[in-house]
Design a protein around this ligand. Structure first.
Ligand code: F6P
Length: 361
């Protein structure tokens, strides 16, 4: 057997841990050959972008951030940008991917990715490719699994940043705003906000009113707390407004809306309305960098070996998922186009409200 492994979409801590687990398990346990496909699906479009992975190649990468295979959040073979007669046009080149899979002598392909990668994987499976998925994304927004590789580390980074901001906010009597990633889901903001003892949490699932945010900050001041921390998800929406009010339309990555800018906007609003000095910190890609947490290393290793076992059992068109504490397999179809959002009545939201955190609603 010869299997391919590819990492697609935005990188995150824990991807190398999966590459290592798949490689070690496939070689040591099954005596298979492993081919690393570079830069997402690009390595199946240009077959030069592949590398045989040996046990030595994955030595020392468990705790390494990013992905040794490279990745991209463009390069969808079903909507591939090609140049024709000096013009950029979109073409479906998925047949090339299927042909190259066979040309490379592959028997199966393990795709490590979020919603976008798994959707493409599902369509390639429908075209006959034997695919097994592994979920990763710092956004933690795949409905089919309780956890995705990368989220735990991103959360830890956000909590660490918030912890550090407390002292400077308090010293300067400022209202600090921390913008975190997460796309249309508020997991990082909610859980980092609660773990980081912030005053206000703003998430896409609960539209907020700027007036209520400012009232909360002023009330804190009245009660003697002359600083505050607000954590805001990049996809948070002011009531009656829209996502990413600053950057979205200008920045478009092959049809993928790029979120960001709402933290700075809110910080300005707070200065004007609440009349308190405010600063905004955008954590951005810091949340995707550096070594994976121990939890992500474990999850990645478990999911990687589980996926190899699924290949052995020919469980194609399926994805590894964590349900409770156990790994299971689910149909990839279940994992795509269905986003896992924070429920407004979830126990975590209620706990936050119980201890006086405002959601600006
Ligand atoms: O999906 C992961 C993620 O980090 C999102 O939280 C964020 O909106 C997006 O990717 C950023 O993408 P890029 O790396 O293209 O800026």
């Amino acid at each position: 057997m010869k299997i391919g492994i590819s990492t697609g979409g935005g990188d995150c801590p824990g991807l190398n841990a999966v590459v290592r687990a798949v490689t070690l398990s496939a070689i040591k346990n099954q005596s298979w050959e492993v081919l690393g496909i570079q830069d997402g699906f690009e390595g199946l479009i240009d077959t030069e972008r592949t590398q045989v992975l040996s046990i030595k190649d994955v030595d020392g990468i468990l705790g390494l951030g990013g992905t040794v295979l490279g990745t991209t959040n463009r390069g969808n073979p079903f909507k591939y940008v090609v140049e024709e007669n000096g013009e950029e046009v979109i073409r479906d080149i998925s047949d090339t991917v299927v042909a190259n899979f066979h040309k490379l002598g592959l028997d199966a392909l393990i795709l490590v990715g979020g919603d976008g990668t798994q959707s493409i994987g599902y369509r390639l499976f429908q075209k006959g490719l034997p695919i097994v998925g592994i979920p990763k994304t710092i956004d933690n927004d795949l409905l089919a699994t309780d956890a995705t590789i990368g989220y735990n580390t991103a959360l830890a980074i956000a909590v660490d940043a918030i912890d550090r901001l407390h002292t400077t906010a308090r010293s300067h009597h400022r209202a600090l705003v921390v913008e975190v990633m997460g796309r249309y889901a508020g997991w990082i903001a909610l859980e980092a906000g609660l773990a980081g003892a912030v005053d206000i949490i703003l998430i896409p699932e609960i539209p907020f009113e700027v007036g209520k945010v400012c009232n909360h900050i002023n009330k804190l001041i009245e009660n003697g707390k002359h600083y505050s921390i607000t954590v805001i998800a990049e996809g948070a929406v002011p009531l009656g407004g829209r996502h990413s009010i600053i950057e979205s339309e200008a920045q478009n990555l092959g049809g993928v809306e790029r979120l960001g800018g709402i933290g700075n906007w809110l910080s300005q609003q707070i200065e004007e309305i609440a009349d308190i000095e405010s600063r905004c910190v955008v954590l951005g890609h810091l949340q995707r960098g550096g070594p994976p947490s121990h939890a992500d290393r474990l999850l990645a290793t478990r999911m990687g070996t589980f996926a190899v076992d699924m290949v052995k059992r020919q469980r194609f068109g399926r994805m590894v998922a964590l349900k409770g504490k156990a790994l299971q397999e689910v149909d990839v179809a279940e994992a795509v186009d269905k986003v896992r959002l924070v429920r407004k009545d979830s126990e975590t939201v209620l706990a936050a409200r119980d201890i006086g955190i405002s959601f600006g609603d």
